[in-house]
Design a protein around this ligand. Sequence first.
Ligand code: PGA
Length: 248
Amino acid sequence: MKRLICAGNWKMHKTAREAVDFFARFAPHVANIPQDVAIVLCAPFTSIPALSRTLTGETRVFLGAQDVHWDRSGAFTGAIAAPMLREFGVRYVIVGHSERRRYFADTDETVRMKTAAALEEGLTPIVAVGETLAIREAEQTEQHVLAQTRAALDGLDQNAVARVVLAYEPVWAIGTGRNCDPREAGAVMAKIRAAVRGLENVPILYGGSVTAKNIGEYTAQEHIDGGLVGGASLDPDEFANLCRAACR
Ligand code: PGA
């Protein structure tokens, strides 16, 4: 059985109180989720302190953030630095999500700097890459995803690359209910793994309209090691079902 990661990306959902309520309902399910699955909750910044307290002593569920700044401190109004996340026990952080690239002007270069900053602080970056529909229709998916991946990891040594998690998320599949064919997604990931040095043992997650119904088809692919899950991670019962189904 391969090790899997099911990471929930809550996006801009849940107040701190709602996050704690989620976990109260999720916790009883954890014992029924196979040990091979690492569960990550990528919460909004404001929920992190409360979740951090709630997760004290919890060994199966890890706290994640959805973005991080590339500097450790400085004049960057509104931004959050890696040491601030570490202070609350955050272990993972998503960088380069397509919504950050689209609405907040993240570029390949800032994604690279954020990835390096996360690693430097001992956080595991979940580096998100993926093509738009226009790129897919132009049959440029592999080149695009490969270029994004290479840019994000540029300058890192092999040991650092080995500590990254990659998430392949076709932009057209995010939040649309139009998920990518699992074999196609698996093929793209196989290509990335083969083409970029150091990715041999790095977990690669699929993201884009993942549900409890379809996650098993993804994790059945050789090069898919779990899911980055938006909508289906918001409900504790549904997300627990998904985490269980990932192993089938
Ligand atoms: P979705 O989002 O599961 O709602 O499609 C995935 C993501 O954006 O990470």
